[in-house]
Structures are given as structure tokens and as C-alpha cells.
Write a protein that binds this ligand. Sequence first.
Ligand SMILES: N[C@@H](CCC(=O)N[C@@H](CS)C(=O)NCC(=O)O)C(=O)O
Length: 211
Amino acid sequence: MITIWGGATARTLRPHWMLCELGVEYEPKLIGSRTGETQSEAFVKLNVKEKIPVLVDDHLVLTESAAIVTYLGDTYGPDTGLVPKPYTPQRAKYNEWSSYVQMELDAHTLYVIRKHRDLASLYGDAPAAVDAAIEGFTKQLRFADQGLDGREYLVGDAFTGADILLTSCLTWASAYGVEISDTLQAYADRNTERDAFKRAAKLNFSISPGG
Ligand SMILES: N[C@@H](CCC(=O)N[C@@H](CS)C(=O)NCC(=O)O)C(=O)O
């Protein structure tokens, strides 16, 4: 049985969403960040980074939300198209979108806003860094806008894990009041209408985020 540790954030939503798309049964352990639960002895043994999400599948322990999404598609849905087959141009594009979302839309930008605005009491108040992060996010988002010009999905003509990653950042940005284009808003609305998204979001956000 697969276990997914973590809930309440855009990053933890990603594996829950992929598992709902795949229709695979699993055990959610909905712990939150900054609640102390990521510092418990049992959790630190799994992830010394003290971060969620974490997947446990038999002897495999996997951290990093994008890596988990890709592993799940490869392993539990190789013929679903949710993650394009390795060694194909589609997989190369999938990898490109995955790296882009993690670096340009998540780590360098949205997470900077989170750390230095919402969690300023922990990480320091840095309004200039927050302004630069919003500007950087908006600029980098042009790549997604261009990629979706006249298309419904990021890779080929079907929904993939790359759409899970991008949509999770778009809804995160909207929650922060960061503007996105009409094209991206329509794309996010389409994806959040999916039954798997609704089920995953209901579960993921059934606990409140930590401090
Ligand atoms: N790159 C990682 C980021 C994981 C991460 O930073 N998770 C946050 C929640 S969104 C966390 O666990 N924070 C706990 C803490 O900072 O104490 C991923 O995408 O999985």
C-alpha cells in the first residue's frame, strides 16, 4: 500500500491529485508543515529535510512533489499517458515543464512570497524580495502562456502530470492575489473541474496549514 505524507499545501496536493487521476488506493497521512509533525522522530527518519510531501511505497521512500508525481505515473499508469513514456520527445517536454514549474514558478517565486510575506515572522520580512518574486513569477509565466497558446494541455493533446504541477502553482498564485492571464485562468478552471482534482483537493485541504 502506498502512503502519502502531507496535506494542506499546493505541493502536497500534487501526489494526492495524481493518485486520484490514477484511481489507485493509498493511505493518506495528512500531517501539516510547521505543526511539529514534520519534526517527529518517525517522520525525520523518512525525510531528514523535515518537509512534505513524502511517498512510501514498499521499500521506496521518495521526497519532492514533482518526482513523486512522475514516479506514480510511470509505475501505476504507464499506459494512461499521465506521464509520457521515457525516451520520447513528449517525455523531454514533460521534464522541461516539470523543471520549469518547480524552479521558476515555485521555488524562486511563489515560495519566496510565502517565506518573506506570509511567514515573515520565521524567515524575515523582505518586501523587496517579495516584489521581485511577484515580478519574476509574472515574467516567467509568459512561457506557460506561450506554451498553451491554442492548446488545452502542456504536452501533446492530453492531460499529464505537468498539468498537475502547473495548475497547482496557478491556484496558489491566485490565492496570493497574483494576477494570471485569461488563457491561464481558463486552463486552471478546466483542470480544477476534473473529478480527480476535486477529490484530491477535498482530502488535501481537509486539514489546516501549519503556522
Ligand atoms: N521541493 C519540495 C518542497 C517541499 C516543501 O518545502 N514543503 C513544505 C510545505 S509546502 C514543508 O514541508 N515545509 C515544512 C517546514 O518548512 O517546516 C517539494 O516540492 O516537495
